[in-house]
Design a protein around this ligand. Structure first.
Ligand code: NAP
Length: 336
């Protein structure tokens, strides 16, 4: 294990802001995990597990503990039956490289989740979802290091408590370190065509998994900034979930507001609230702003700071709250 000190976290997060980590370690194997956890415990320091850094924002104070950056690699076909393959992937593998690899192998289920930045190990944490597919749909089990028990444990998909954009790994942030994920993928491709952008791109034509990946990549490239050019953490807020009564009340106030049935109520697009209710699409605040092509995405215009980002976040939240009564909650992990 190689510990580094005072490592700038902006170099390891796609929003490219925040201070330094007191200690930082690139984790390349299971033994590193055991060693670094024991180091943090002896020094009584908190730790934080970083995947691709695409969904995390650190404050300008940095992180006064140990940051573990998962770099473990490996994709193994463990077993198969007539309809499915079971593929184990180490946490540090790049997510989109894995998605592309699966499609080439004829293993299906991940196409709609193409082109999402980050690592495989980060995907169960917030149960990533896009264009009608959540990753929990294809996760069979997750192997973790349980900090409380000091042992490696395998958790079933049920144990992971996946729900909308969350899981036990997000709810109990500092208990588990995800080591690998076992995916159950299909041998026959079944397209999922529920979202408007996908429906419109297809024009009613049949689609292969390769073509679906191309379509999703095109949609995302057109709507979302490339974080290497315009630093961002993608969608900043969760889509609020409201009751049926509340959703219908809001639609009488904002007649074009979409309502998507969700659990017993509705899900409202946070992007709609920021664009049409707060009227902040393209809005700039010092070094940060709301992306001009997609209001759910906040961006670092170059030299933005955490402080400036939080000012912008509060302004958005306040405007939306005042006009609708709805609380916008960040989807991004904010480490203050
Ligand atoms: P969109 O298609 O413009 O739709 C706006 C929102 O409405 C989405 O967030 C989506 O919720 C919801 N929605 C749209 N069609 C729906 C349907 N048929 N059934 C249920 N809900 C529907 O959204 P977008 O911003 O361009 O994003 C497209 C997809 O990529 C979404 O699934 C989004 O979550 C995902 N995405 C995620 C990130 C990220 O950083 N986490 C970034 C970009 C896009 P859901 O978000 O619940 O799907």
């Amino acid at each position: 294990m190689q510990l580094k000190e005072h490592v700038p976290l902006k170099d390891h997060t796609t929003f490219r802001l925040g201070g330094s980590a007191l200690y930082y370690v690139d984790v390349t194997g299971k033994e590193d995990i055991v060693e670094v956890v024991s180091f943090a415990e002896k020094k009584d320091l908190p730790f934080f597990v970083l995947g691709g850094g695409s969904n995390t924002v650190f404050s300008d104070k940095g992180f006064q503990g140990v940051v573990l950056h998962m770099r473990t690699k490996g994709i193994v076909l463990e077993r198969e039956d007539t309809t499915h393959v079971f593929v184990r992937v180490e946490a540090g593998e790049d997510w989109d490289t894995f998605v592309e690899y699966c499609i080439k192998q004829g293993w299906y289920g991940l196409e709609n989740l193409s082109y999402i930045p980050g690592t495989v190990g980060a995907t169960p944490v917030q149960n990533i979802g896009a264009y009608g597919v959540e990753v929990s749909r294809v996760i069979f089990e997750v192997t973790v290091y349980d900090i409380q028990k000091h042992e490696f444990v395998t958790m079933s998909a049920t144990d992971c408590k996946f729900t909308y954009r969350t899981s036990i790994f997000k709810e109990e942030m500092n208990r588990y370190i995800i080591v690998s994920v076992l995916f159950r993928l299909e041998k026959v491709y079944t397209p999922i065509i529920t979202y408007k952008d996908v429906v419109e791109s297809l024009h009613g034509k049949e689609v292969t998994a390769e073509k679906m990946r191309e379509i999703i990549i095109d949609i995302r490239k057109n709507k979302l900034p490339d974080w290497k050019i315009l630093p961002t953490a993608g969608s900043f807020f969760k889509n609020p979930e409201v009751t049926k009564v509340e959703g219908e009340r809001l639609q009488t106030l904002f007649s074009t507001m979409p309502l998507y049935p969700h659990n017993d109520g509705y899900k409202i697009p946070a992007g709609f609230l920021i664009e049409h209710v707060a009227d902040m699409k393209g809005f700039r605040h010092k070094g940060v702003g709301v992306y001009e092509k997609h209001a759910l995405v906040l961006v670092n215009l170059g030299d933005g700071t955490y402080q400036e980002l939080m000012e912008l976040v509060h302004e958005i939240q306040e405007k939306v709250k005042t006009k609708t009564g709805v609380n916008l909650v960040p989807e991004v992990n904010i480490i203050d």
